[in-house]
Write a protein that binds this ligand. Structure first.
Ligand code: CP3
Length: 327
């Protein structure tokens, strides 16, 4: 069990460290402080895993695009809109930004006990490239149009993002990450006929790049919002586990997957804003739908800043109570 965005603004100790770092990005590139916030949720909660504190937009920034996070506005990223822009992007050599993140992984690994899994991550090409084309969290209409019209630079851009993501993940694994999650947060925007080209193929290239160095390395793919298409994502990417959004039933998804593949998810994050009984009922509903041996408990999406940290204690308690037959 772990929770997406478990290190984040709902925790007062996170807000204090971010304040000390000066900004979200300064925190990402400060290994000591980033390690501290990676470990914070483990001090409070009986989670089974820590996720590296960083961001998926570290990759485009390392490739040379200016990045800023404005308070309350989310990311603002320099955009790419031509083959000249793509040609300027770095995709090899050494990346200072990555080095800092890898150092965080190494520090976190050295401080975690052996039973706690350290999870690394990157964004999937579709999601990352949508930020590079749009410049922030928008409706992805422009990115969709570019993908559809397929100008020659779209393929070249994907190739570079794939290449850098492999470097980024291999460095995290070298530094101690024991599994990695590939986040395709915007996969659900795409019509199913496009998933193969825009999601499955580029993610599979990252999976293959990682496993070319670390055979059978365990990988979680979270193509958020693809609903009935989770089976084709699992088959096409050869992921070991598939993240599932909250509006899908795990008991519907699981039988469509190869028997060696697990599901991850998928409690609605909104239940953490309600009362304890509703939360416990929600947890029981998730856990009743799926055998423990093929399930990683998580939310269906990231935890929101408004959540009371006490409710996360209740969440962990509910999951552990279910395990011991008390829910
Ligand atoms: O899960 C974790 O605890 C690990 C750290 C992590 C962050 N971002 C920290 C973060 C991870 C795994 C991510 C992934 C990420 N980043 C995704 C994919 C997952 C998803 O949420 O769909 C995406 C799309 C991003 C890009 C991004 N980063 C956005 C759109 C935002 C702004 C939205 C927001 O929540 O404010 C961020 C900022 C961000 N990344 C924060 C954190 C803790 C909040 C920054 C802050 O402290 O102000």
């Amino acid at each position: 069990m772990w929770v997406m965005r478990q290190a984040g603004r709902y925790l007062p100790e996170y807000r204090a460290v971010r304040e000390k770092a000066g900004s979200f990005l300064k925190l990402c590139y400060n290994p000591e402080l980033a390690c501290e916030v990676t470990l914070q949720p483990l001090r409070r909660y009986d989670f089974d895993a820590a996720i590296l504190f960083s961001d998926i937009l570290v990759v485009p920034q390392a490739m040379g695009l200016a990045l800023d996070f404005k308070e309350g506005e989310g990311p603002i990223l320099q955009t790419v809109s031509s083959s000249t822009d793509v040609a300027k992007l770095r995709s090899s050599g050494s990346f200072t930004e990555f080095e800092k993140v890898w150092e965080t992984v190494g520090l976190a690994k050295s401080q975690l006990d052996a039973d706690t899994t350290l999870i690394g991550f990157c964004g999937a090409p579709w999601t990352v490239v949508s930020y590079m084309i749009e410049g922030g969290s928008s409706d992805r209409k422009r990115a969709l149009a570019v993908a559809m019209e397929q100008p020659s630079w779209y393929g070249a851009l994907i190739d570079k993002v794939v290449e850098c993501s492999i470097v980024y993940l291999l460095g995290q694994i070298r530094a101690g990450a024991e599994t990695v999650q590939i986040f395709d947060s915007w996969a659900g925007d795409l019509p199913p006929v496009w998933l193969q080209r825009l999601v499955v193929e580029p993610v599979k290239r990252i999976v293959d790049g990682v496993r070319a160095v670390h055979t059978n390395f365990p990988i979680i793919v979270f193509a958020r919002g693809v609903g009935e298409q989770h089976a084709s994502i699992a088959g096409g990417t050869s992921a070991n586990a598939i993240g599932v959004e909250e509006d899908c039933k795990l008991s519907d998804v699981l039988p469509t997957l190869p028997s060696s593949v697990a599901v991850q998810g998928n409690l609605a994050p909104g239940l953490l804003l309600g009362d304890r009984d509703g939360l416990r009922r929600g947890v029981a509903a998730v856990l009743n739908g799926v055998p423990m041996g093929r399930h990683i408990f998580n939310l269906g999406h990231g935890i929101t800043p408004q959540v009371n940290p006490e409710m996360v204690s209740e969440l962990v308690k509910a999951v552990r109570d279910f395990d011991s037959g008390h829910l």
